[in-house]
Write a protein that binds this ligand. Structure first.
Ligand code: ZN
Length: 178
């Protein structure tokens, strides 16, 4: 799952892979950098941004890949990417918890998986029992608390991934998104 980027003619790295959790914010960030830098006005730059939302085998040409990669590296070096990461992370930290999908918010997982491994009758250790106010019943999705981080918080704004992508793009002579 995720995207595989295959370079047309690389001298260093021919292939990189990103999970959707990592790629989606990365590509959205790249689009914002391109917008901020008015890359659409730069001769030879031509990226239809929606192609990054699927792994359909679309091709990003070499000139566009080089321009985008260079700008992303500059934004990293200037600290803009770190700023964007902080905004992203702070926005995620303010999201409310959601009822755990494995136990419907009860804290006790009693679906087929939960029953098979005995989570629904599992004795709790003393500390957990005091915390949760019961002696038995666990859920591995929420540590028995019934609440879990919002699913959207799985999207990661990863500075290392941005650098990996940017360096790949600069050297790729164009790449396919698969
Ligand atoms: Zn749960």
């Amino acid at each position: 799952m995720g995207v595989d980027l295959e370079a047309a003619e690389a001298t260093k790295v021919e292939h990189v892979h990103f999970s959707w959790w990592c790629w989606t914010p990365l590509w959205k960030y790249a689009e914002l950098v391109a917008l901020h830098e008015s890359l659409d006005d730069v001769e030879g730059f031509d990226i239809a941004w929606e192609v990054g939302e699927a792994n359909d085998g679309e091709f990003i040409d070499g000139i566009s890949a080089k321009i985008l990669g260079d700008r992303l590296l500059t934004a990293l070096d200037k600290g803009y990417a770190l700023l964007a990461k902080r905004l992203h992370d702070e926005a995620q930290a303010t999201l409310p918890m959601e009822p755990c999908k494995f136990c419907d918010g009860s804290g006790i997982r009693s679906d087929a998986v939960g029953r098979t491994v005995g989570m629904d009758t599992q004795p709790l250790d003393d500390a957990t029992a005091i915390l949760l106010g019961r002696s038995h019943g666990f859920c591995n999705g929420c540590h028995g608390e019934g609440q879990a981080l919002a699913a959207i918080t799985s999207y990661r704004f990863d500075l290392e991934a941005i650098r990996e992508f940017a360096e790949f793009a600069v050297d790729s002579n164009g790449f396919w998104i698969r």
